[in-house]
Design a protein around this ligand. Structure first.
Ligand code: PMP
Length: 375
């Protein structure tokens, strides 16, 4: 099998799995229990949270565990808009967000909040002037995806935050960093809130984080437990939390070196497939190398995904989460329906080998020629 869909999800690393098993076997107490087994579990969670906080140079109290990035996005947007509704009713998001953000915006609109969509330029970067224009006194929050899941376009969050704060010092910046963390270096101090997920960085599925600056309050989405302080009440998922800490510790080592390696693999694919005039590379100078998006002209993305599957090679058409045929991110970049209908996404990781890339290129050429002849 050749797996080139790491942006959809990653396999769990064995070291992470060992941590999961050990934590499950040896820490059976409920972290909320007052006896010593409970305290032992509580201490382990505290140590995992301290490790995560240290990795990002933030406070342990700024790490909120969720079931994944979708939940973290929900908590960030709904929890903040509800908490600060006395300040206003307006949120701004980009046109390069994950589908979960748009679903949350629809929900916020149904509650009476107003949503604006900021434009991007042809390189995929947020249009700073448009952002400036759209910020109003009643804008509570701006949410901008740090790395777009389809095209890999990365946003300059620090600059975006400076622009926002200059227009309205009370407006908060949230970023969905699900495709950034574990791939490229990020600074959580560039944003007020950030979401990410364990299963994109060789951790288990079912665990994510909302980073929330301690200066902010948030309305919990979930009610429960006697602990009224808790933003996400319920029994903490101890083995998942420990595994996430382990996965992050591994993922963040030698990040730049791993990125350079992935870039070489990406460059190789681009070089080999550039011989086809009908293939368009949906990337800009701001795309990270882990994500390579192509449009295949007359061939539908879905058709090609299945053709590659016959070679035991796994790629994707749109993001795993959006089942539609049209890539919204490619539309936002090029405003070209045909181009957005025929996209595939190849996502590479630091465990991808040269041999896998060579075999992928070989199978790609075979299937591309075959399908083109049929057309
Ligand atoms: N945001 C982005 C940018 C993503 O790529 C994904 C996963 N496709 C999500 C959010 C959702 O993450 P999760 O599966 O952890 O809910």
């Amino acid at each position: 099998m050749i797996y080139l869909d790491y942006s959809a999800t990653t396999p769990v690393s064995y070291d992470v799995l060992d941590s999961y098993n050990k934590a499950t076997r040896e820490f059976i107490g409920n972290p909320n229990s007052i006896h010593s087994l409970g305290k032992k579990s509580r201490d382990l969670i505290e140590s995992a949270t301290n490790q995560i906080a240290d990795l990002f140079k933030v406070l342990p109290s700024e790490i909120i565990y969720t079931s994944g990035a979708t939940e973290a996005n929900n908590l960030a947007l709904i929890g903040i808009m509800q908490k600060y509704k006395s300040r206003g009713n307006h949120i701004i998001v980009s046109k390069l967000e994950h589908p979960s953000i748009y679903a949350i915006c629809d929900y916020l609109e149904s509650l009476g909040f107003k949503v604006s969509y900021v434009n991007n330029n042809e390189e995929g970067l947020i249009d700073f002037e448009d952002l400036r224009r759209k910020i109003r006194p009643e804008t509570i929050m701006v949410s901008i995806c740090g790395v777009n899941s389809e095209t890999g376009v990365r946003q300059p969050l620090k600059t975006i935050r400076q622009i926002i704060k200059k227009e309205n010092v009370l407006t908060l910046l949230h970023s969905d960093l699900t495709q950034a963390i574990g791939k490229v270096s990020v600074n959580l101090h560039d944003v007020d809130l950030a979401s990410f997920s364990g299963h994109k960085l060789f951790g288990p599925k079912g665990i994510g984080v909302l980073y929330k600056s301690d200066k902010l309050e948030i309305e919990p989405l979930i009610k429960g437990s006697s602990n009224h302080e808790s933003i996400r009440p319920g029994t903490p998922a101890l083995p998942l939390i420990v595994s996430l800490a382990k996965a992050l510790r591994i993922a963040l080592v030698d990040l730049d070196k791993k990125e350079m390696y992935v870039k070489r693999l990406n460059d190789k694919i681009v070089e080999e497939l550039s011989i086809y005039p009908d293939i368009k590379f949906n990337r800009t100078k701001y795309s990270i190398p882990h994500i390579l998006n192509l449009s295949l002209g007359n061939i539908r993305g879905e058709t090609f995904v299945h053709a590659m599957e016959a070679h035991n090679i796994y790629i994707s058409s749109n993001t795993a989460c959006s089942s539609g045929n049209l890539s919204t991110s490619v539309m936002a970049l090029y405003n070209d329906t045909k181009r957005a209908m025929s996209t595939i996404r190849i996502s590479i990781s630091s465990i991808t080998t040269n041999d896998e890339i060579n075999k992928f290129i070989e199978a790609f050429k075979e299937e591309y020629s075959k399908l083109n002849e049929l057309k």
